[in-house]
Design a protein around this ligand. Sequence first.
Ligand code: CS2
Length: 489
Amino acid sequence: MSGLDRQVLQSLPKEVRLPEYNLKTTTRGIVHLGPGAFHRAHQAVYTDLAMSEQGGNWKIDGVSLRSRDLRDKLASQDNLYSLMVLDEAPYVQIVGVFNQMFVLGEQRQQVMDAMTDAATHIISLTVTEKGYCLNSKGELDRQNSDIKHDLATPDAPVSAIGLLVAALNVRFTEQNSELTIISCDNVSGNGDKLAKAVLTFAAEISSSLSQWIEKNICFPNTMVDSITPATNDELREKTQQEIGVDDAWPIQRESFSQWVIEDKFSGPRPAWDKVGVIFTDDVHQYEKAKLRVLNGTHSTLAYLGSLCGLETVYSAISLPAIEQFIKKLLSQEIVPSIGNSDSMNLEQYAEDIIHRYHNKNIRHLLAQIAWDGSQKLPFRILNPIKDNMHNQRSIKLLCVPVAAWCLFVGKRYEEQQELVDPMAQNLLKLAQKHADDPLQLTDAILDLTSIFDDLSSNEEFRSIVKGHVTTLSTINQQNLTDCLNRLEE
Ligand code: CS2
């Protein structure tokens, strides 16, 4: 069977949505670091639609920091791919917005040329929480091995932060400042944190560089949202049936999609506002609500569900005991932790998210969400815990995902299964040392101040988490209701 490329577009089934701009003549205006599934299902799609509706030269050069897979797979398909929107009314859309795909280690010069070209007005990032190389205070972690490497060899950076500073240094020399840098990761205050990390790094190179960046380059905060399960063979087959040709790397997501961007730009941008992107002066409420309501409950489902042997978000939320627990967690502790919001109805927002979890057309693996717990929990669960403690509100239910994560780490070790986490080595060593003693393992994990910060020394927090560990250590699908009830006692 032939593969997807520009030549076959006009012969695809007529229901397949196609880009409506000239794929050959339009040129690049964006460089994106970390073009993973989420970026290709979200920002790339908004940009594709904006170009179809309003034109402009906003194609994207994607830069993978390490992996070659994507570049190599999309090369034979003119960088086109299919987006499968899976919901009550599913559809397929071909996305044509990628200009070129690069791999940093192999194409350094091309990457730098693209990032420093005057026609590039946006550099955006989805490099996951760990890609920001932050410490538990949210500042650049100078102990991080990639940062150490990049400070020693700033001309051959391996981290996103080092790479941004290297490109900004060239743009500084050329006084080429019509550029906005947009973080699209689930990190609270993502733009502010990125700016701070970049400025800290740049100050090590030269104070005039960091001053120039501070004065000229905007780093808007953003909130990004769309549930995007990883690609698997089933999706590849389904896509092939729908479009009639092979696609080496299709993407799937739900139909809901939201992108809120702080209206703070230091250069032109695509007509994103015409295709549903919200521009606001106060992105903070949106981002806080999303990280806590969606990502916080996602991580809770991931760890609780995995302990019970469940596989997907849909299978977990379909158990009434789990759904009830998540609803209580939301109404009693997560929503109150967010505070008053002028721009959002938080109760309705929470209800809508539960509804999204019930999408039976999406198979979103809990194991995927469980990745990188040491990086995700601080933004999703520990920040609301700190806020609730500060305001004398309950943290009992919020401590459940923390306890479930500690048990999850022990279980991965016991079952000799891979733990995907930048701190995996450290965590598995603790699990080995305290095998068969979940309470001791929990104590050792809670001692990690790089994750728990001040909470490490908080006795109330520790004792609630340990109480839950005892309750959850025997949880399974049969005793679920009873266990979850006991957690609330
Ligand atoms: C998920 C997110 O994998 C995870 O940790 O919680 O990727 C989530 O699906 C997205 O943030 C939804 O917008």
